[in-house]
Design a protein around this ligand. Structure first.
Ligand code: PLP
Length: 376
């Protein structure tokens, strides 16, 4: 049976070149980068090189990059770090209803600590109105956090516009760019952000490696107390293999991003046109054009997402309803709670035209079968 992985938004396989680049740092260049001996200096050189690479990619300065364990840590650090650093100046945070749980959950935590949170709604295509952000700002507002692209429905949000508003009003602006970094252009100045989260495993890098970009001058509280790593901002011995692999994934994205965008957009169009052409009462969720090249999110009237997922899995197709995090929870996803039977097919480098042909063969059959069962 053909096996087709269509869950790249949940995680991607590490590129073999990434794995190769990491191997020496487990065994030969294994020392602690903080150690003053030559062994440690070699490891520190590798971390410095990786920092230069990711900083250049982001249009940032090397000392504006803090390496973390991934997107969740970066988001927590940004939200809590900004909030605690601004305590006394203001207590109001603006975000959206469609953020990843790694933003929503720290916001709930902060509410219990006395902060107040405005969660802006999105329109039917998952868009946030920049004007709504402008109107939500009060003298108490200390932070705005809006994701660059949504992980479930793939909508790309107007970050630069919101960033312009935040800057004009002197409010710190964070974006969760985990779904875009390494996939579409992400430049800190173009996006007008002060803080930005990225994660290596979402673009063919290793799991357990990420970054928080902190624009020079932005006030962020220390987010891991301990050693003096990362200029006292994030303690803990560097994950040197992870950091090296992260930088290698960035190098690969640098040279291949444009081609990947083209490849995925072509496949995405093929899936969407194929499904909408073959299946009645099917609907594309998210934005028609402002969407991640690899994201397809569909719903089918009278079909339960969970059942469809199981049927596809039995046919060798691995995809998800909403995000992996919400799929493992019982309740419906917070992004798509109004839509039943939503299916996310997220595409990546290894997906071929033949894989899509297979999906376009299986999916209509599964939907028809489930609808027949539903009616019986
Ligand atoms: C995956 C994801 C995260 C979490 O990143 P990890 O590196 O897995 O912690 C955060 N935000 C978004 C939008 C994501 O897709």
């Amino acid at each position: 049976m053909r096996k087709v992985y269509l869950d790249y938004a949940a995680t991607t396989p590490a590129d073999p070149e990434v794995v190769q680049s990491m191997l020496p740092y487990f065994t030969y260049v294994f020392a602690n980068p903080l150690s003053v001996h030559d062994f440690g200096r070699s490891a520190a050189t590798a971390v410095d090189g990786a920092r230069d690479t990711v900083a250049r990619f982001l249009g940032a300065k090397p000392d504006e990059i803090v390496f973390t364990s991934g997107g969740t840590e970066s988001n927590n650090a940004a939200i809590k770090g900004a909030a605690f650093a601004a305590r006394g100046r203001g207590n109001h945070i603006i975000t959206t209803t469609i953020e990843h749980r790694a933003i929503l959950s720290p916001c709930v935590f902060l509410e219990r600590q006395g902060f107040s949170v405005t969660r802006l709604p999105v329109d039917g295509s998952g868009m946030v109105d920049p004007d709504a952000v402008r109107k939500a700002i009060t003298p108490q507002t200390i932070l705005i956090s809006v994701m660059h692209a949504n992980n479930e429905i793939g909508t790309i949000l107007p970050i630069a516009e919101i960033g312009g508003i935040a800057r004009e009003r002197g409010v710190l602006f964070h974006t969760d760019a985990v779904q875009t970094f390494g996939h579409i252009p992400v430049n800190a100045d173009d996006l007008m952000v002060d803080l930005l989260s990225a994660s290596a495993h979402k673009f063919y890098g290793p799991k357990g490696a990420g970054l928080l970009y902190i624009r020079k001058g932005s006030k962020i509280g220390r987010f891991m107390h301990g050693g003096s790593q990362e200029k006292n901002r994030r303690a803990s011995t560097h994950n040197v293999p992870g950091i090296v692999g992260f930088a290698k994934a960035v190098e690969i994205a640098e040279r291949g991003e444009a081609a990947e965008m083209q490849h995925l957009t072509r496949l995405r169009t093929k899936v969407i046109d194929g499904v909408l052409g073959k299946i009645r009462r099917a609907q594309l969720n998210g934005h028609p054009t402002e969407r991640l090249p690899g994201n397809v999110n569909l719903s089918f009237r009278n079909v339960q997402g969970e059942r469809l997922l199981r049927g596809l899995n039995a046919a060798g197709i691995g995809c998800s309803t909403g995000s992996a995090c919400s799929a493992s929870n019982t309740g419906p996803s917070h992004v798509l709670d109004a839509i039943s039977g939503s299916l996310r097919l997220s595409l990546g480098k290894q997906v071929t035209e033949e894989d899509i042909d297979y999906v376009l063969d299986i999916l209509p059959r599964e939907v028809r079968m489930l609808r027949a069962v539903e009616q019986a």
